[in-house]
Design a protein around this ligand. Structure first.
Ligand SMILES: Cc1cc2nc3c(=O)[nH]c(=O)nc-3n(C[C@H](O)[C@H](O)[C@H](O)COP(=O)(O)O)c2cc1C
Length: 354
């Protein structure tokens, strides 16, 4: 049966993938409370549609960091995409380019920044950074992204220490050397194998706000990913971030943390329009993108949704997922009386009265 939404793609991906890989992609930390809460939190906001507006011509296009995108939905950085499909990160990047949006390449990707740029020369790419203990390796990776014309560095700040993912412990999920990770090869000199947490011990737990300025030497805008409080949102503005992503890593790091749909308001209020705010976590429908825009996000990122598309049908699957989400978004915008993302205002959303 032809998949007609993200949930259909998830079911098909579960059939297509080995159980341990599916568990790694789908799972979250510990009791997976935040993983579930991310999904549920979007349902606790309701849209307030306006009617009798001419919505004969709806566009989903907008800009992020000054760059035009055809839809306010970016591909989140997701590690090890080579395990989902042989197309891997190149496939996701091809789909993002076809959809005219941005793809964030993970530090733990199976493709190096230079390889990605070579495979998809016209694509818009951002580089997600984990700050390695060996800052020489970190510098080399960012420098490669700069030379490959990536548009931003996305520093992930919600993963100071490796995750506790019990699904992976139970399935014995391991990274194996047959799908190498260029950043790990650069750090260790060989394609290491082991549970993801072991590879993650290459990342330093000691980076603080003071060290952010070291990233300015690369000349790329710095986006901080993983902010969920007003306090840190203010610090992000004060330390020169160009934008931030309200994110809890898709419920994969701190279990019991606030769902992102609920954190968005306090972050947007604290930022006071100084920098762009994006959000990710649990977004599975175009109507939820409208809620995110109404709550003050400039754009959203999706992780698992495009990963399911990749697992089912490689680059074509990612493209189809993006097409579905874009169609849902255009539909929801029209039914809310909006002809573009710019028309969405805080008045288009209200807290659900349950
Ligand atoms: C399998 C998987 C791997 C991920 N790897 C990374 C990563 O390497 N770096 C990062 O910043 N975030 C990573 N994330 C988090 C995503 O960027 C994003 O925050 C999250 O997936 C959003 O939630 P969603 O999957 O519900 O859309 C990963 C998420 C998943 C599901």
């Amino acid at each position: 049966m032809e998949p007609v939404n993200v949930a259909d793609y998830e079911r098909l991906a579960e059939q297509a993938l080995p159980q341990d890989v599916f568990g790694y992609y789908a799972g979250g930390a510990e009791d997976e409370q935040t993983l579930r809460d991310n999904l549920a939190a979007w349902t606790r906001w309701h849209l307030r549609p306006r009617v009798l507006v001419d919505v004969g011509g709806v566009t989903t296009s907008t800009t992020v960091l000054g760059q035009e995108v055809a839809l306010p939905i970016l591909l989140a950085p997701v590690a090890y995409q080579g395990l989902a499909h042989p197309d891997g990160e190149r496939g996701s990047a091809r789909a993002a380019a076809a959809a005219r949006t941005i793809m964030c390449l993970s530090t733990f990707a199976n493709t190096a920044p230079a390889e990605l740029a070579e495979a998809v020369p016209g694509g818009a790419h951002w580089f997600q950074l984990y700050w390695f203990r060996d800052s020489g390796v970190m510098r080399e990776l960012v420098q490669q992204a700069v030379e490959a014309s990536f548009g931003a560095v996305v520093l992930t700040v919600d993963a100071a220490v490796p995750a506790r993912r019990e699904r992976d412990v139970r399935t014995g999920f391991r990274i194996t050397p047959d799908v190498p990770v260029p950043s790990v090869v650069a750090a260790l000199g060989n394609p290491a194998s082991g549970p993801p947490g072991e590879l993650f011990s290459l990342v330093t737990p000691s980076v603080t706000w003071r060290r952010l300025e070291e990233l300015s030497e690369f000349g790329l805008p710095v986006v901080l990913k993983g902010i969920v409080t007003a306090e840190d949102a203010r610090l992000a503005c004060e330390h020169g971030a160009a934008a931030l992503v309200v994110s809890n890593h898709g419920g994969r790091q701190l279990d019991g943390g606030i769902p992102t749909a609920d954190a968005l308001t306090e972050v947007v209020d604290a930022v006071e329009g100084r920098i762009e705010v994006y959000v990710d976590g649990g977004i599975r429908r175009g109507s939820q993108v409208v809620k995110a825009l109404a709550l003050g996000a400039r754009a959203v990122l999706v992780g698992r949704p495009f990963l399911w598309g990749l697992a089912v049908d490689g680059a074509a699957g990612v493209e189809r997922v993006l097409t579905l989400l874009q169609a849902e978004l255009a539909h929801a915008l029209a039914l809310c009386g909006c002809t573009s993302p710019a028309d969405v205002t805080p008045a288009h959303v209200t807290r659900a009265r349950l």
